[in-house]
Design a protein around this ligand. Sequence first.
Ligand SMILES: Cc1ncc(COP(=O)(O)O)c(C=O)c1O
Length: 476
Amino acid sequence: MQKQQRKNPLALSKKNMQKVGYKVIDTIIEHLTEMESLKIHAQQSPAYLNRILGGKIPTKGQNPLALIEQAKQEVFGYILHVDHPRFYAFIPSPGNFMGVMADTLAKGFNVFNGHWLAGSGSAAVERITIDWLKEICGFPKTGGGLFLSGGSMANLSAIATARKIKLINEGKRGVVYYSQQTHSSLAKGLKVLGIGEKYRRPLATDKALKIDLKALEKAIKKDIKNGLTPFCIVANAGTTNAGVVDPLKKMAKIAKKYNCWLHIDGAYGAAAMLTKKGKKAMKGIEKADSLTLDPHKWWFQPMEIGCLLVKDANHLKTTFQVSAEYLEDTKAKGLEEINYYDHGIQLTRSFRALKLYFSLKTFGLKAFKKAIQKGIDMAEYTEKLLRREKNWQIITPAQLGIINFVYAPKGASLVEIDAASKLIAEKVMHDGFAMMTTTKINEVTVLRMCPIHPGLSKLDIRETIRRLGLFAEEVI
Ligand SMILES: Cc1ncc(COP(=O)(O)O)c(C=O)c1O
């Protein structure tokens, strides 16, 4: 058929698309190469942003190049640069350019990655990438999994699966066990799934912030005695607070003993499976019935890409598969054709796998191993430097790239130390050279650093600590 001259009120000419496209790519590259000279944290008031960005719904169009320029200044000018080398707060998100380009391509082709009929190529890439992650984590070939928006969705989907598989009789009152150090997304997932506080057991931890196994068994026995059904134990493979790994092997044994599902939250830490030290710390991860790991955390992918792996791929189907007459034509022909809408909540889903696939293919697993090892080393280097100084006190040692510490000069009270952590973090943020946040360990506010950007240097760490010392002297 001859190419038609289509009338489309929402189209740009080829020339204009190229102009816009080049401007977008140039803007991204400028950001990635010049970010270092910017303050990590920039914020504006709601009033300013509403005035500059708001207004009436535009009835007429405007020049897209000017729009991109405005967004560069007034939108991206006021965001936190979570991909900056010296961003140590929360869980940093250092992306990589191939991941960004893969996302751009996937959006450009508007891939519908819900079923094989619409995206056999994309489903194949997702399955191949999932298989790689399964292999790294020691999951069996019969296992399965899928990419999701992030760790919160992966944890929620895991509990939904655990409940479906373990509580076949839906009338049973099932209980979930986890340590108090577990990420809040788990509690949120339980809440969404209608598992109320009466059926949740956030358990105490030991001195090393690992789940107390005695408390775990005691709680399980008590619940059984009271007619409840323990159905799921959640273990941490790298807590958000301190990078702590629960005793995975022992928890797997307990889970087996009481016929519970073992879910491991390795949203952040599971990436360390690529390193010698991490692999040792994670012994037992392969025993999980399900595992959360987030490529948009320590696998250097742009948001959003989380992942859920399961030991038995059929369990996802049992949990999520439903049929509809308008989807009859998409029914998979044979086991090799995978319909991801049967494996999770989403029907319409984007092609998240491509970014991890492209990055692994471009840089190779060796580069990822090096990058992750570097994060572990940088946290250990930070600890070494802080231990040399007389007024800094390590609260939790460097573990899987996370370290917690306080400024505690001789004679300072706990209240003063607590307040100092908050004030120092504020000063770091206003300074803009680095960014870190606080958390609480055993009720005391501490400074927390997660220095995992693969471009970070020892010089960055030394200068960060020098500045920390100056700020600390100002506040206490
Ligand atoms: C251990 C852990 N689990 C789950 C989550 C939630 O992940 P997301 O923010 O991708 O939903 C986080 C977030 O930092 C996390 O650190």
